[in-house]
Design a protein around this ligand. Structure first.
Ligand code: UDP
Ligand code: MG
Length: 429
């Protein structure tokens, strides 16, 4: 039986060599390896090159514009492409930070040979966390000991082998193989397991047949605290320069608007920021409190308009610290069109991009909608003020918007978690 192994690769020069070596060291010889490289830099490609003399190994190189990289869960996109090219009767998956143990293919193929009624096999996996110097910090075993009718969140995609005859069934039912929507970055394998489980159960093989390494740079960590989009008004630092997200674009701003105590700049992975088009500099960033008459009147710059605070009390009510009030010239102030007044009462007319508390949850006012915001995101985006308590009449004043949660939680909402024993086998893609 021929096994098609699909390896997704992206810039892991320190790992890729041992991954490929683990393939050529397999005791079972009848396989093909499709290396789906996602536009890695030279260092990784050089490590791949020597293995291409093995005629079982093919390299498929992709180029993707940085702005487009996050439009899909890339490994799922690459796997889908590979699945149209494979020629084996059995399929398994590999990431560039996982090694197969030398009997991995042999032991799995034996199951398929001896048990024709079994369509999917999975094995135990060793998971090793390493620090930035690749030194092991901890490890554990994900045990394979049950037949799984619901394999999502129990099994990593590097621990599975399935018959390729399941593929047309999946395609017919779902219109594609793997679901590569970006919200599934963490769990695209779990989504695929759900599809596979529709047709067959996962049969366990107790042996530990692969070891996967988790590095601080892994994509898994990327979206554990990041929503898919950067929140409007976020200030980021990039090579010593500062930029603000305004209206879905990136605008340069002067360093004088950054203040360690009040407005902090955050660093985000290059990939998260590259999808934003760079636009003109902002003289005064949005969500800034300014005065042009030494504190007689205060304005809030929002969407490049000026909103006057009804009184100094309102500045305090909405939790602005005296240190985050900037003095600008009258000419500068007058350059901004007028927006609506800001006040707590008699009419509740709050500033945007402030945190509010309603019952047990924290909400961010974004473009006049209350969006529930996850504490992890509050921390990641360096919001520093105390949430402002809302009264019932105030909460109903605005519509509720889409919650701001880490991307992986968005994906989780699609699963019926009661089906999975998430405590036992910790999942990871
Ligand atoms: N990957 C990819 N394109 C990318 C990022 C990642 O093809 O832009 C692949 C990567 O090579 C790996 C898989 O996606 O095989 C999972 O990525 P990673 O190991 O960083 O994430 P993890 O799930 O381990 O946190
Ligand atoms: Mg990984």
């Amino acid at each position: 039986m021929k096994v098609s192994v699909i390896l997704t690769s992206y810039n892991k020069p320190d790992f890729i060599d041992r991954v490929l070596k683990s393939m050529v060291d397999q005791t079972y010889p009848h396989w093909e390896l499709l290396i789906m490289d996602d536009g890695s830099e030279e260092g990784t490609i050089q490590k791949i090159q020597p293995y291409l003399s093995d005629e079982r190994i093919q390299l498929y190189s992709h180029t993707v514009h940085p702005a487009k990289r996050l439009l899909t869960a890339r490994y799922a996109t690459l796997i889908n492409e590979a699945l149209t090219r494979i020629t084996g009767e059995l399929i398994c998956y590999l990431t560039d930070d996982t090694v197969y143990h030398k009997d991995r293919l042999l032991k799995m193929v034996d199951v398929f040979r001896s048990k024709p009624h079994i369509d999917i096999v999975y094995s135990s996996q060793r998971v090793v966390h390493v620090d930035q110097h690749l030194v092991e910090t901890m490890s554990f075993i994900r045990e394979a000991d049950h037949i799984l009718e619901h394999a999502s969140f129990q099994v990593d995609h590097c621990s599975v082998m399935h018959r390729s005859c399941l593929l047309p069934l999946i395609y017919e039912k779902y219109g594609q193989y793997w679901d590569d929507e970006p919200k599934h970055w963490h769990h695209a394998d779990s989504v695929f397991w759900m599809r596979l489980n529709h047709f067959a159960a996962f049969f366990p093989l107790k042996d530990v047949l692969d070891t996967t390494y988790k590095t601080p740079h892994s994509f898994h960590h990327l979206f554990s605290s990041m929503p898919y989009d950067l929140i409007d008004g976020t200030v980021i630092e990039k090579e010593g320069d500062y930029y603000q997200i305004a209206d879905g674009k990136l605008h340069g701003i002067e360093k004088r608007w950054i203040n360690e105590k009040n407005r902090r700049a955050i660093r985000v992975p290059l990939l998260c920021e590259m999808k934003y088009e760079m636009k003109e500099k902002l003289a005064v960033p949005n969500y800034t409190v300014v005065t042009a008459d030494y504190g007689k009147t205060f304005f809030y710059i929002e969407d490049q308009k000026k909103r006057r605070f009804a009184s100094k009390r309102d500045v305090q009510y909405f939790q602005f610290h005296p240190k985050e009030i900037y003095t600008i010239s009258n000419d500068q102030l007058q350059a901004f069109e007028d927006g609506s007044i800001i006040q707590a009462s008699p009419v509740f007319s709050p500033p945007n991009r402030r945190l509010f508390k309603w019952k047990q949850d924290v909400y961010l006012l974004v473009h006049h909608t209350f969006c529930r915001i996850d504490p992890v995101v509050v921390k990641r985006f360096a919001f520093y003020h105390q949430p402002i308590k809302l009264y019932p009449s105030q909460f109903t004043f605005f519509q509720e918007g889409k919650p701001i949660v880490p991307l992986y939680r968005e994906s989780l909402q699609e699963f019926d978690m009661s089906l999975y024993q998430t405590s036992g086998r910790k999942h990871s893609s």
